[in-house]
Design a protein around this ligand. Structure first.
Ligand SMILES: [Zn+2]
Length: 427
């Protein structure tokens, strides 16, 4: 137990060093110095990733070294109560600082080991995407998962689709009434992992409401981020008829009239109603969403109507299929589009390495399942660059990451570190 406890001591040191995303320079220097002291070879690339090699490694352990800073972070005041380690009024950074601590501890004690510390994962997998280092190992073990026993073996790829359609406006003349429409009570969620939770999309509900009412759009703005299920939409419309709201849409009559409305209002309402948002297909074998789309952001601008879509798929073949479907639909409705920040899927693969990870895990945990996630993971991006590598991802129990409620279970950290050590010893 004494050896394991050292991981927690290392983690406590890490908590003293600021390492919010984009501001982790000090921590990077700390990692480099720490690793060099062990006699390992340390190499970095331009974007800020760090590779550490000792001897002839078979497994590359990988963690990201940035954290999501919430509340008082990077000022972190630790609170340890029994098995629970958390921070007072800030995120803890156990995601993924615990992974870093496990790696540093093992580096000191192992002769054949490779480590990869990636930068800026939390702000769009930047380090992994721009990785420019030659990994030596045959296997990649990512330590950024948050449930002990689970072994991640696949993830979804995704791409941002930025779309716009030219529009014109007509002057409001005559007998129109003006209404402000707002969505109320929508909860939002992650567009990937929550895709199958039947969470209502505020843009879709607004479009459905507009379809039932004969009105013209003066302005339309909705959605928060491309990877969030939209929570809030506000639309100003003009109508010749009285409008009444419902439980999702609050309708307020406004006395002042807007100057203009969008000539193509009907087409836009049809487009938004035709655009499916949520699960497109399901993988029953892995019990996971196979393809999804998020109708994420909509905004009427001076001379165009802007729409952001965010499709995801569990394989590149599926992603191609979704893209063709969406592009065809966009073309029919007169939109132009561009694709940005595409990241690859990691097609679920239970190979020899994943099986070995499970074998060792089962010695320490009552159950150990293979899982895939309908969201992007660094391991997916890395194996896309090194197709001969086999990867898996594990980690200790971490709750409420990215929030001031984040905490980690210490005994879970110690058990997961044992699994990793035994795994290294087994090759
Ligand atoms: Zn993480």
């Amino acid at each position: 137990m004494i050896v394991c406890r050292k991981i927690i001591e290392i983690f406590k040191e890490i908590c003293k060093i600021p390492h919010c995303s984009f501001k982790a320079e000090k921590f990077k220097e700390y990692l480099i110095a720490y690793c060099k002291k062990t006699g390992a070879k340390v190499v970095t690339d331009d974007v800020g990733n760090i590779q550490v090699v000792k001897g002839d490694p078979k497994i590359c352990l990988q963690s990201h070294y940035d954290m999501v800073c919430m509340g008082d972070a990077p000022e972190i005041e630790l609170v340890e109560e029994g098995n629970i380690l958390q921070a007072k009024n800030s995120s803890l950074g156990a995601d993924n600082g615990i992974g870093c601590a496990i790696m540093l501890d093992l580096l000191e004690r192992k002769d054949n080991i490779e480590l990869l510390f990636t930068c800026d994962e939390e702000v769009g997998l930047i380090g992994a995407t721009n990785l420019n280092l030659e990994l030596k190992s045959k296997y990649l073990l990512n330590l950024d998962s948050e449930e002990e026993g689970d072994i991640f073996v696949g993830c979804a790829g995704g791409v941002e689709m930025l779309c716009s359609k030219p529009i014109t406006y007509e002057k409001v003349e005559g007998d129109w009434k003006t209404y402000e429409l707002e969505t109320v009570g929508f909860i939002g969620g992650h567009s990937g992992v929550d895709a199958d939770k039947d969470i209502k999309n505020a843009i879709k509900e607004m479009a459905y409401f507009l379809h039932d009412n004969s009105c013209m759009i003066s302005s339309f703005k909705g959605g928060e981020a491309n990877n969030s299920i939209p929570k809030y939409v506000k639309v100003v419309v003009v109508s010749k008829e009285d409008m009444v709201g419902n439980s999702d849409i609050k309708v307020t009559k406004v006395d002042t009239q807007p100057m203009k409305y969008i000539t193509q209002s009907k087409e836009i309402i049809s487009f938004l109603n035709s655009m499916h948002s949520g699960v497109r297909s399901y993988n029953k074998e892995l019990n996971i969403v196979q393809r999804s789309t998020n109708l994420a952001i909509v905004e009427s601008k001076e001379d165009s109507f802007y729409v952001e879509l965010f499709p995801r798929a569990m394989s590149s073949e599926d992603m191609d299929r979704v893209k063709v479907e969406l592009i065809s639909q966009l073309e029919v409705f007169g939109f132009v589009y561009k694709l940005e920040h595409e990241f690859p899927s990691w097609k679920p693969n239970i190979g020899d390495f994943a099986k070995r990870v499970q074998e060792v895990s089962l010695k320490h945990f009552d159950k150990s399942d293979f899982v895939a996630i309908h969201a992007g993971l660094e391991a997916g991006v890395i194996v896309d660059k090194f197709p001969d590598m086999e990867a898996a991802s594990i980690g200790p129990n971490i709750y409420f990451p990215h929030s001031i409620r984040e905490y980690v279970e210490i005994d879970s950290v110690l058990k997961v570190s044992k699994v990793i050590e035994e795994l290294i010893n087994s090759y």
